[in-house]
Design a protein around this ligand. Structure first.
Ligand code: PLP
Length: 446
């Protein structure tokens, strides 16, 4: 069949990013996507799968949105690409910058464009260091990040990432990155209102010396590290710490941004305004490659008054087609009430997760905000997580996949759910039903 032929070619020539733990990089694909509509992504045979992860937490407005294709087409026919280096600009990049300023919290009124999340984070680290050097504080270079945070795979973003397995790859860590160790999983944290979570960041700042620290980077809700929702007061406490010690606060909104948590940006759930805010993924709902760093007026002022060359910029910074797609994407998010839908569906998701916990004693610690959710798998006989050798999460995800629902295993015992934000009540119930059946099937195998 066509699928077999393509799978063979894939296996032969395509080195895949982040290959699944159960497979080698070269085992060929489980599915070759062909087209999609709404929450569904179809294979070459036309079989529909529920895309319960919005692919990589990014297809926020769902698949098959013709208006985005038209926006790209229109822009490509005008001018598909133009440089945005000094002196050059283009219409969509300007209009998008204005739009982003209008929807971003507080005084985040300017944007530096990139092509994705890792580039955005690297840019934020460099801008932080640049900012402090402009203030004559050349020693402020270190970056504090969180355990279980995920920030990407370029060298700096990977070094900031607090998931140890990512550091094993190619010895990627560079100097200057430190990890605070509060475990944000609300279940492990115990009392959600315990203020001590702030202590480990404070400890690190005091140990390393505030004069050597440029920025703290945090995902408002950790995604790839396990969908860890911070306790109340946590982000506010970090903001306060940054103010107290003269450190910039970088929010990594790559997953949370553009509606995922039921607000346009994750930080809005806790009414915190960062100094730099990294965005990507949902900015185009994945229809084109774009990212950016939103910059506060204070940081902006220092940068624009610099008289030398700011030697940082990507060929695709401010890509006209990507920016035109983003503009249309944000227009649709606002016009169709997609953030509001994510908020409204939060309750359905929570109901569904509560039902699963009630029915299956191996499911515990489910959590969700907006349409960002996860549950954990426990061995009910021991009350502990399943032994890693069982690969429980991968097996449950495989059972779901066999029933045409795509979810994601995080480590050995966590399963993430993050469907397109256009999902409705019935579709959430369909997802929960498939998970229910999949868990029952998994239980029979253990
Ligand atoms: N930051 C967060 C929170 C992410 O989830 C990701 C990707 O999953 C990144 C950064 C890296 O983005 P990209 O893969 O576009 O470089």
């Amino acid at each position: 069949s066509k699928t077999d032929e393509l799978a063979e070619l894939d296996k032969k020539h395509f080195i895949h990013p982040t290959s699944a733990p159960k497979k080698g990089a070269q085992d060929g694909p489980d599915i070759i996507f062909s087209d999609g509509q709404g929450i569904f992504a179809n294979n070459l045979e036309g079989e529909a799968y529920i895309d319960g992860m919005s692919m990589l937490w990014n297809v926020n407005i769902g698949h098959g949105q013709k208006e985005l294709a038209e926006a790209a087409n229109e822009q490509m026919l005008k001018i598909a690409y133009s440089s945005a280096f000094k002196g050059f600009s283009n219409v969509p990049a300007i209009k998008l910058a204005e739009k982003l300023a209008s929807i971003a919290p507080g005084d985040l009124n300017s944007v530096f464009y990139t092509s994705g999340g890792s580039e955005s984070n690297d840019t934020a680290f460099k801008l932080s260091r640049f900012y402090w050097s402009l203030k004559g504080k050349h020693e402020k270079k270190k970056i504090i990040a969180m355990r279980d945070g995920y920030h990407g795979v370029t060298q700096a973003a990977q070094s900031a990432t607090g998931i140890p397995t990512t550091h094993e790859f190619a010895g990627a860590s560079v100097e200057g990155f430190y990890h605070a160790t509060p475990h944000l999983t609300n279940c492990e944290l115990g009392d959600k209102n315990d203020p001590n979570y702030e202590q480990s960041i404070r400890y690190l700042i005091e140990k390393e010396g505030a004069d050597t620290i440029a920025a703290v980077i945090i995902e408002p809700v950790q995604g790839a590290g396990g969908v860890n929702i911070p306790p109340e007061g946590y982000l506010q406490a970090v903001r306060k710490l940054c103010d107290e010690f003269n450190i910039l606060f970088i929010a990594d909104e790559v997953i949370c941004g553009f509606g995922r948590t039921g607000k346009m940006f994750g930080v809005e759930n806790w009414e915190v305004v960062p100094d730099l805010m990294c965005i990507a993924k949902g900015i185009t709902s994945g229809y084109s490659q774009l990212g950016g760093v939103m910059i506060s007026d204070t940081v902006r002022e220092a940068i624009v008054n610099y008289e030398g060359v700011m030697a940082h910029g990507f060929t695709y910074s401010g890509h006209p087609t990507a920016c035109a797609v983003a503009l249309k994407n944000i227009e649709i998010i606002e016009r169709d009430g997609i953030v509001e839908n994510a908020k409204a569906m939060e309750k359905e998701m929570q109901k569904g997760l509560a039902y699963l916990e009630e029915k299956h004693d191996i499911i515990r610690n489910s959590r969700s905000i907006g349409l960002l959710a996860a549950f954990e798998l426990y061995n009910s006989a021991t009350g502990e997580h399943f032994d890693p050798s069982l690969q429980a999460a991968t097996k449950v995800v495989d059972e779901c996949f066999n029933r045409k629902l795509i979810l994601r295993a995080i480590g050995d015992f966590r399963v993430a759910i993050a469907p397109p934000l256009v999902i409705n009540k019935q579709e959430i119930n369909d997802m929960i039903h498939i998970i229910d059946e999949s868990i029952t099937a998994f239980k029979k195998t253990i």
